[in-house]
Design a protein around this ligand. Structure first.
Ligand SMILES: [Ca+2]
Length: 248
């Protein structure tokens, strides 16, 4: 599909210089760009998940939460199954939600990430104790200190992440709040299990083979040219699960 905006372009040199991982190109979001991925059973990650990617923030964010990634539940995106935000001060905020229960337990890092350099980030959630220990946010393989907010709806023992057929978006906020993401993303991975710290530290610098049973989506963002994925889509899923995305 031909939906490219000129403001959505590619970089790659920075990443190679910064980490030498040979990750090729990345996707830059200039504040009105986003990627849409249609729903599939494989991106409904269950109640145990890991979301990881490389980020580059050009500055220190001051405004309301920028959406790095969110799988929508409601039609306006006000509810989302799982979300990663870039918050003011370049703090990271992650949550999981159940709209029916009115529950959205979330974790926010107490420190922000430095602007002008690459970081590897990961959000690991495992429904287990129904308290703060169920979520961990890593930066560069190290767990960050977080504050936990069980939400006004609480984090009840019947909590289950709510999933439906709504799309997943990278960069796009809900209609009513938040902001478009400004920055670069690369090597976004969705797993339907909680990776260990050791796994995160190993995988952050290695290319993942396709066909791993728990790797549900893997956007390497190396395409450089639109319409090159199966179905004429733009952001190819290298997991083998077919969750290709379209740029807007
Ligand atoms: Ca890449």
């Amino acid at each position: 599909m031909k939906k490219q905006l000129v403001t959505l372009f590619f970089t790659g040199v920075l990443l190679q210089l910064a980490y030498g991982q040979g990750a090729g190109k990345a996707l830059r979001f200039d504040g009105n760009d986003y990627v849409r991925v249609n729903n599939s059973a494989t991106i409904q990650l269950g109640n145990e998940l890991t979301i990881s990617c490389w980020v580059y923030f050009p500055d220190v964010a001051s405004g309301t939460g920028q959406v790095i990634l969110r799988k929508w539940i409601s039609s306006d995106g006000g509810w989302g199954s799982y979300t990663i935000y870039r918050n003011p001060g370049n703090a990271l905020a992650c949550n999981v939600q159940n709209q029916t229960l009115g529950s959205y337990p979330g974790w926010t890092t107490t420190a922000g990430l430095a602007a002008g350099q690459w970081h590897h980030i990961a959000f690991v959630y495992r429904r287990n104790a129904f308290n703060s220990t169920d979520g961990i946010i890593y930066a560069n393989g190290i767990p960050m200190a977080t504050t936990f907010d069980p939400s006004p709806g609480g984090y009840p023992s019947n909590f289950s992440i709510e999933y439906n057929t709504r799309e997943l978006y990278m960069g796009r906020p809900p209609t009513a709040f938040g902001a478009y993401y400004t920055g670069i993303l690369d090597e976004m991975q969705l797993w339907n299990r909680a990776l260990t710290q050791e796994e995160i530290r190993h995988k952050m610098c290695e290319r993942q083979p396709a066909g791993q049973s728990s790797l549900q989506a893997y956007w390497r963002m190396d395409e450089g040219t639109d319409d090159t994925c199966p179905g004429g889509q733009d952001v190819c899923d290298a997991s083998g699960k077919g969750n290709h995305g379209v740029k807007f």
